[in-house]
Design a protein. Structure first.
Length: 486
């Protein structure tokens, strides 16, 4: 049988914007400039010290409730968010919000920006209701100040679209991405980073829905615009190249995917140096591709290099570190090294539970990976418990009709199939199939996976005609979506 990946390969980025302009005020201003340089270089430990020094000076020189102190607090909040310390980031953002409300009033654009930043934290933690409330509060403030066609409004629309997409509300997500794009294209240049970001997000949405042709067209048009306006080595191209590579990877066009991943890697290495987190992300992409092609030694080398970069830049307890550990765990799982795989996946789970909380969708994904390891180690009771925990988390945070829930159901059904618990397996396979069909329509590749699993089940039950019908339907889906790896 085949597994359904719980990891989506497209990139969704959230837009943000500065709240106030920095005043040219001596050492404090110099420290802020140094802080931004260190962040751009991925030197987060040095940036933390510099940011804390700037905050101390801001408090001493301007007062703890001065807007300049809020700038330093926000800088540190951004940094801790990047390091995966969401609790500390949330605390700092709330202090910034309090200062801005006192200094400017509750209907100021700085307050709207603070609400946006807080919403981003809640979004990242899977707290979608709270995130939506704050995004809409921020949007309402700036609409009153600037009108409905200001670029700030597009930021909130983009972020709301991302929120809806994560909740499987694809029609709403598309509507909001398009509304954001209309505003941006009317106010900004075609190669403006905000326009590029929204187009990437929209193409990623089409990709997730199985609209590969629409996604490919959008990514290619975007690349042409970027190359024409920015040149072929501009760092903004790396994102689009990686996203188009993701699309080809999903379609199993590995040759094209590898070429684009390598282009993105070269751009980021040239721009940021070889030890930057952006480079680590490219290394992970390439390693995943090599894993799929069973080039395990090359994949291990790249995953390990990415892990070292993340640990040095972000610290040992960052979600990106957990992702790298998980990737290595998957690699060892594919090679049958279950003990080593379990060790890496448990480390990844511990990080995600500590940083994100025990009910986050990323934790559910880690539990699913551990469940698969337990299944391969012939520990079915433990595997079942882990699969059920993953399912419960995804149902609670994403809703019972989300594709990730369907993936959990498929995985648990597969376990029941292997235990000869055929009625339970059939019931869960059918539920997974219904979710996928309602979400993606009848011809998505994930549907083919469930159909193949159900066909195997029906063959076991002696339902040969039903099994053959499912097999043919699955084969037709794969033929329609398959791209030759040449």
């Amino acid at each position: 049988m085949h597994k359904i990946s719980g990891i989506l390969l497209h990139v969704l980025l959230i837009l943000s914007f500065s709240t106030t302009a920095l005043a040219d005020q001596g050492l404090w201003n110099d420290l802020n400039a140094r802080f931004y340089d260190l962040i751009a270089e991925g030197k987060y430990s040095e940036a933390t010290k510099t940011g804390e020094e700037a905050l101390k000076i801001a408090k001493d020189e301007f007062g703890a409730n001065h807007p300049n102190a809020a700038i330093s607090l926000k800088n540190l909040g951004d940094l801790y968010f990047s390091k995966g310390d969401y609790n500390r980031s949330e605390s700092l953002y709330k202090r910034v919000l309090k200062i801005h409300k006192k200094a400017f009033g509750k209907n100021h654009s700085a307050v709207a920006a603070d609400l946006n930043n807080l919403a981003f934290i809640y979004f990242s933690q899977g707290n979608y209701d709270e995130a939506e409330t704050l995004y809409r509060e921020a949007q309402a403030i700036d609409e009153k100040l600037y009108g409905k066609k200001h670029p700030n409004i597009a930021i909130y629309l983009n972020n709301l679209a991302g929120l809806f997409k994560d909740q499987n509300k694809y029609s709403e997500a598309e509507k909001y991405f398009k509304q954001a794009l209309i505003i941006q294209q009317g106010a900004l240049e075609p190669h403006h980073p905000d326009v590029i970001l929204t187009l990437n997000n929209l193409a990623g949405l089409y990709q997730e829905e199985g609209g590969y042709d629409k996604a490919e067209t959008l990514f290619k048009d975007l690349l042409k615009t970027q190359e024409k306006k920015l040149g072929s080595d501009h760092p903004d191209l790396a994102l689009t190249l990686s996203n188009l590579a993701d699309l080809y990877f999903i379609q199993e066009n590995h040759i094209k995917a590898e070429s684009l991943y390598k282009q993105a890697l070269l751009i980021n290495e040239k721009t940021y140096g070889k030890d930057h987190p952006n480079v680590a992300a490219n290394l992970n992409d390439l390693a995943e591709l090599f894993t799929a092609r069973k080039k395990y030694a090359q994949a291990e080398s790249l995953y390990t290099r990415a892990l070292i970069i993340y640990e040095n830049a972000l610290g040992p307890n960052h979600p990106e570190v957990a992702l790298s550990l998980n990737n290595l765990g998957d690699l060892y799982l594919f090679q049958g090294d279950y003990g080593r795989s379990e060790s890496f996946c448990k480390r990844a789970l511990a990080i995600d539970e500590d940083v994100l909380g025990k009910n986050h969708p990323d934790v559910a994904a880690q539990l699913g990976n551990l469940a698969e390891i337990c299944r391969n180690l012939n520990r079915p009771a433990e595997a079942e418990s882990l699969y059920k925990r993953a399912l419960a988390i995804d149902e609670k945070t994403l809703g019972k009709d989300h594709p990730e829930v369907a993936a959990d159901l498929n995985n648990l059904a597969e376990l029941y199939f292997l235990q000869n618990k055929y009625p339970k397996a059939e019931r869960l396979f059918k539920r997974a199939l219904t979710i996928y069909e309602n979400t993606f329509g009848p011809d998505h590749p994930d549907i083919a996976v469930v159909l193949e699993n159900m066909a195997a089940l029906y063959r076991k039950l002696g339902k040969k005609e039903a099994a053959e019908e499912l097999r043919k339907r699955s084969e037709k889906i794969r033929l329609n979506t398959e791209t030759s790896d040449t």
